[in-house]
Design a protein around this ligand. Structure first.
Ligand code: SF4
Length: 243
């Protein structure tokens, strides 16, 4: 039986993007292929995962990793999806576990559980392995950092994602430049200018500072000249104290 290491499973309120405010079950998987300077999520592989026993209660039980996929399926199916919009598969970078997810996700489909994938948008081949079972894709477009750029791989990923509901999210900070946003705009224009685009001001950490409100206004105006839907949405779970 295939097995998957899990970080945590819990019920909470989506705090990013156009689905902000909806109630979801979150399946957080470990590890990431990037090292974003503003990363605020745990990515380490742990010996134990934690699972919220009563959804939304904050009460957790621990289970030893990795979890057999039939057990994981039963754990997820035990949640009440009549009050949850979808299952958010998040990380880390969940597509690092695409082969395991390709086994797990079909086990959930008979319960009509909507699958919402949160991804950094850099693993297009892995996306194809699970695309048939995904309903909504929240794709990051990463601005360059540590001398790395992701434009080409993001474009391939976004083209694959067009077969599903997709929106893109760009985390911006005080040092974001109009040249970077021009690259984002051109990338989206090449794929489909109607793709919903979210500018997400970074939640400040250490030396990373949030953009000023005037910067956000100017960047949104710049993008709106060519793209049909550009919204500015900060992370809401942070100030609500949600997971
Ligand atoms: S892609 Fe996400 S999880 Fe990975 S380092 Fe960046 S912010 Fe963290």
């Amino acid at each position: 039986m295939p097995q998957l290491p899990v970080t945590e499973i819990f019920s909470s309120i989506q705090g990013e993007g156009p689905y902000v405010g909806v109630r979801q079950i979150f399946l957080r998987l470990p590890k990431c292929n990037l090292r974003c300077p503003y990363c605020d999520t745990p990515t380490a592989l742990s010996q134990y995962m934690r699972m919220e026993t009563d959804p939304g209660s904050g009460a957790f039980e621990r289970k030893k990793n990795p979890i057999p996929l039939d057990s994981l399926s039963e754990m997820l199916r035990s949640y009440d999806f009549s009050i949850h919009h979808s299952l958010s598969i998040t990380g880390g970078e969940p597509l690092l576990w695409s082969k395991d997810l390709a086994y797990l996700l079909p086990l959930l489909k008979d319960k009509n559980i909507k699958i919402y994938l949160e991804t950094n948008g850099t693993l297009p081949e892995q996306l194809l392995e699970i695309l048939p079972w995904v309903d909504i894709i929240s794709m990051d477009i990463k601005l360059p950092f540590a001398n790395q750029t992701f434009w080409n791989v993001h474009e391939t990923f976004l083209r694959h994602s067009l077969h599903k509901e997709v929106f893109v999210k760009i985390v911006v900070n005080e040092d974001t430049s109009i040249d970077q946003l021009q690259n984002v705009r051109d990338l989206i224009l090449r794929v489909d200018p109607s793709i919903q685009t979210i500018l997400q001001p970074v939640t400040p950490t250490g030396v990373i500072k949030a953009p000023k409100s005037l910067q956000l206004i100017q960047w949104q105006s710049f993008l709106l000249r060519e793209l049909s839907m550009v919204r500015v949405i900060p992370q809401t779970h942070v100030f609500m104290g949600q997971l």
